[in-house]
Write a protein that binds this ligand. Structure first.
Ligand code: HPA
Length: 277
């Protein structure tokens, strides 16, 4: 059966929060962990952090959890992991991200975040690989997300749902991350729809309106996480300088390779940050 037919989120009459609650029940049953405290979405380059955070108590294919889509892309791992930290906290690792550019709608994009909230997680750590605009940055550098510009034209909120986004990327959690690594810079994340990388003109526009990081994921997820009442920490790995800032063409291969090269350093940083949460 095709994924388009058997995903309950594709039924417009279904309640996405009920489906997230079902997914959370699946996770509890399949991992044997009733509640999770912290959830992490690991984007390009961040995958190795899972091993350093604590002991993995269960790994489950995302396809066994209600509403999760099949991984769209090689290099994006389609699994969920439950990890117990040395402090005894349960961390849900989401290695299965659905991007808006896949065209399955925003409900599917934010399902993992809503599911994480339904498992009990109060803290959502969103990571990604992204293009850098600030000239002082270089590929391989992790940065904190301080705010975002949602340029997708989409929202995970349905109906007249007015949500405050003033401290969307928690100042408290950014301070905490900086207590681990004082050299961490921060910037405003611009989410474009993709999947094409930006034109140099689009990057200039992003810079002019206050953007420092360009990517194709986190903003929509952060809005859904805030709607669910979670505190959010956002981190980008600068995998490349944004189009026009770097003069060479961008390639997915370059993004993957920069992620792999930076992985040991950013994985240990993220593990230390999670340990401090
Ligand atoms: N733009 C958008 N998304 C990205 C980039 C970029 O330059 N690099 C990695 N993901």
């Amino acid at each position: 059966m095709s994924d388009a037919i058997d995903n309950p989120l594709d039924d417009p009459t279904a309640d996405p929060f009920e489906i997230a609650a079902e997914a959370a029940a699946d996770i509890a049953r399949l991992t044997g962990v009733e509640r999770h405290d912290i959830a992490l979405t690991l984007g390009s380059g961040w995958g190795r952090a899972a091993e350093l955070i604590g002991e993995t108590t269960a790994t489950i294919p995302a396809t066994e959890v209600t509403g999760f889509s099949r991984p769209a892309l090689e290099g994006h791992v389609g699994s969920l992991r439950s990890i117990r930290t040395p402090k005894g906290r349960n961390v849900l690792i989401i290695g299965a991200r659905t991007h808006y550019y896949e065209g399955h709608g925003v409900r599917r994009v934010v399902h993992s975040v809503r599911t994480a909230a339904a498992t009990g997680a109060r803290t959502m750590v969103l990571t990604n690989g992204a293009g850098g605009i600030k000239p002082a940055w270089s590929p391989g550098q992790p940065v904190l997300i301080s705010d975002h510009l949602n340029l997708t034209g989409a929202s995970p909120l349905e109906g007249a749902t007015f949500i405050d986004l003033t401290d969307l990327y928690s100042q408290r959690l950014r301070d905490l991350a900086r207590s681990i690594d004082p050299s961490l810079d921060e910037g405003v994340y611009c989410q474009f729809r993709g999947p094409q990388y930006e034109t140099p003109a689009e990057v200039r526009m992003a810079r002019t309106i206050g953007g420092h990081i360009v990517g194709m994921s986190t903003a929509l997820e952060a809005i859904a996480a805030r709607q669910a009442g979670m505190e959010i920490l956002g981190m980008s790995l600068i995998t490349n300088m944004a189009a026009g800032i770097q003069t060479t063409p961008l390639s997915h291969q370059e993004v993957i390779e920069a992620g792999q090269a930076a992985e040991p350093v950013i994985a240990s940083l993220l593990a230390r940050v999670v340990g401090a949460l």
